[in-house]
Design a protein around this ligand. Structure first.
Ligand SMILES: *[C@@H]1O[C@H](CO)[C@@H](O)[C@H](O)[C@H]1NC(C)=O
Ligand SMILES: *[C@@H]1O[C@H](CO)[C@@H](O)[C@H](O)[C@H]1NC(C)=O
Length: 462
């Protein structure tokens, strides 16, 4: 239906242009490239939490179908009525959405058991474009408590490509899984400790598989696995809650006007022996003047291919004081800073990281060669020690060849602020053929475009 309306719409476009346009004095430079911005809202299946409890589950979920370009991915925990749930009550440790290739003959088993099930052995991660490819965390989209105020928007003409049938192996299907790790911190004795997964608070000495944890493992992911419970204040009781992850994907149908991005993760823990995601920060010694109570971790990394940086944002936990990405000669490529909540309302929870700033370099201004050695830095305050913190940069790059051929004209619609029309052409020769049409378009048509676009939005589906 979508592609249908695009085609018929383009025809009207040309027609009206011819009969209506030449005498128009104020015309805008439009082309027949009409990318309809779509938005799909979905929910994961419900998860149920009691005070102190951890839920770390994997769900098979819905995703936009077909060959599409994703331009944004927002998510939050909501209750049964769809109300956003405060981090004070449910700490969102992380969520990750990732795609897998499922062998068609194993599809049923996959739908039942997920990637980690034993009856779909051929299912495999699609993975990101390189660097830290640890498990699902390396792929697609994922954030933590900062989800509500971290900008995930990818500016046109770029997008993350999914559902390209040419890339899906024969006999396989691309499907999506969603991992949500949430901790119910109502009534817990030590809220920061529970969110940092301190082993003593969870009474955990063995990992999820029953294997003893190393003595020096005092906190982190291995102590707050699914079903564990953080210590509650004496006598605290409350009801169980039914919750969902609600996620909103902004996307366009794929076309030659969309430029694909590659995704890389650079993890500060990757200092030679792999990406571990988590690390601990010490408590600073108070003997000196405690102004420099900052733990600074660094690592270096190189991209497997040349790229033009389009987007960069870091992931840090509470205590984070920012992360930086630097070029070989020390120039700052991006600094991503946490926003801390300062209130009591949902989305502004005091003391929590409720957002991370994102960098949007002017496309073409930051070229990264595969020969460059990038440096990543992650800072945490050490006024108290912490376990299970992270310093991960999520970057999106375009291939230099794709970017060079783009001519991008942005026009904003004065009456519908926030919804600019983006016109992009990959091939200069297209312009020549379009000149007549371009000149012919009047404002009346312009507003028809707007109307059509807003109709392209999809309702909430669960
Ligand atoms: C996100 O970033 C894009 C690109 O820079 C910008 O246009 C948009 O306004 C930002 N959105 C928010 C909510 O800050
Ligand atoms: C990290 O902290 C050090 C020392 O205070 C500072 O020089 C550096 O600029 C900080 N880096 C970032 C990314 O904030």
């Amino acid at each position: 239906m979508a592609s249908c309306s695009v085609i018929s719409f383009s025809m009207i476009f040309v027609f009206i242009g011819i009969i209506h346009g030449w005498g128009t004095s104020s015309f805008d430079a439009l082309t027949s490239v009409d990318l309809v911005n779509r938005k799909s809202v979905y929910r994961t299946p419900a998860f149920i939490l009691t005070p102190g409890e951890v839920s770390n589950k994997y769900y098979r979920v819905e995703f936009p179908k077909g060959h599409v370009g994703v331009r944004g991915f927002d998510a939050e925990v909501v209750d049964e009525a769809g109300n956003p749930v405060s981090l004070f009550e449910v700490y969102l440790h992380h969520w990750i959405a990732y795609n897998v290739y499922v062998k068609k003959t194993e599809k049923e088993a996959f739908l039942k058991e997920g990637y980690y099930g034993s009856n779909n052995p051929s299912t495999r991660f699609v993975g990101n474009s390189g660097l830290c490819r640890y498990g699902p965390g390396s792929t697609s989209w994922g954030l933590g408590s900062e989800t509500r105020h971290t900008n995930t928007t990818i500016p046109p003409p770029y997008a993350v490509e999914i559902g390209n049938s040419k890339k899906i192996p024969d006999g396989y299907e691309e499907m999506w899984e969603f991992n949500v790790h949430a901790i119910d911190t109502r009534g817990v004795e030590d809220r920061p400790g529970c969110t940092e997964c301190r082993c003593d608070l969870y009474g955990v000495a063995n990992d999820e598989h029953g294997l003893p944890l190393p003595k020096d493992y005092i906190g982190g992911f291995a102590c707050c696995y699914d079903g564990t419970k953080c210590r509650l204040k004496e006598g605290f009781e409350s009801t169980k809650r039914t919750l969902y992850m609600q996620y909103t994907i902004r996307w366009v149908e794929w076309s030659e006007h969309v430029v694909p991005l590659k995704k890389y993760l650079i993890d500060v823990t990757n200092t030679g022996s792999g990406c571990k995601a988590e690390y601990n920060t010490p408590t600073c010694s108070m003997s000196g003047f405690p102004t420099d109570c900052i733990d600074t971790r660094e690592t270096t990394a190189s991209l497997p291919e040349d790229g033009i940086l389009i987007y960069a944002a870091a992931h840090q936990h509470t205590g984070g004081r920012g992360a930086g990405l630097y070029s070989a000669n020390g120039e700052e490529i991006c600094r991503s800073i946490p926003t801390y909540g300062i209130g009591s309302e949902t989305g502004n929870e005091a003391g929590y990281v409720v957002g991370m700033s994102a960098c949007y370099p002017e496309p073409g201004s930051v070229k990264i060669s595969s020969k460059d050695i990038l440096r990543l830095q992650s800072n945490y305050t050490t006024l108290r020690g912490r376990t299970g913190v992270m310093g991960i940069f999520n970057i999106l790059v375009a291939s230099p060849g794709d970017t060079a051929s783009i001519i991008s004209v942005k026009k904003s619609d004065p009456l519908h602020s926030g919804h600019g029309i983006e016109v992009t052409l990959n091939h200069p020769f297209v312009i020549v053929g379009l000149v007549g049409v371009i000149a012919a378009i009047g404002l009346a048509l312009f507003y028809q475009v707007r109307k059509k676009q807003s109709e392209g939005y999809q309702a909430l589906s669960t």
